[in-house]
Write a protein that binds this ligand. Sequence first.
Ligand SMILES: [Zn+2]
Length: 259
Amino acid sequence: MIKIDALPAFSDNYLWLLQDAESRCCAVVDPGDAAPVLAWLEAHPGWRLTDILVTHYHADHIGGVARLKEACGSRVVGPARERIPARDQALGEGDHVQVLGLEFQVLEVPGHTLGHIAYYHEDAERPLLFCGDTLFAAGCGRLFEGTPEQMHRSLSRLAALPAATGVYCTHEYTLSNLRFAKAVEPANPHTAERFASVSRLREQGDISLPSTIALELATNPFLRVTETSVKQMADERAGRENPTPAEVFATLRAWKDQF
Ligand SMILES: [Zn+2]
């Protein structure tokens, strides 16, 4: 059984650390900073960092990669379409990669950046998704490079994964995302409920992740662009009709950028 912990970094990043107690091997996703990982390894003698998984090239996701590889000799895997330091294996759509005995499928999910990839582990009991800055709890990444159509398509692919899939995104943005979600869907009881529970968690200093695809489908406005109430709100906001789900998405994303 692989244990997964979040190592906090910077002001609101999480570096996901996967641990296999049997082999004492671990893997990290998007280490923007090497220090929290090196501190963990120092506190856990006998453990080895065997793999570093990267979703996209932004500094807060790759800043620690070279130092960790140098210190630990880990294998670095990352998106083929982006420049990733010390990368050993370039991954694209449909590729598979074995990490701590788990098989991950690579999905290309352009939008936040053009080469962004996500790692999906299919499993009847515990499917896992490491999605970087594409899908957030109750939100989604900013469109730095891609078009709204691309991001909408990428999010739709993630939304189609099994409902039980654990969603491991890389930032603690949930509460502010839920404030926006409430503005889009003031009558959605699941959003109100989630806002209350995440507020409690954050007051206690607890993490709001991982999420699940089921919870995102119920509360994330960016995955709910085909809901009538969401479309109506987007139409009102845009002052015109948004004829396609991708245009509803574009209106919501532009609204959120200045929310
Ligand atoms: Zn990013």
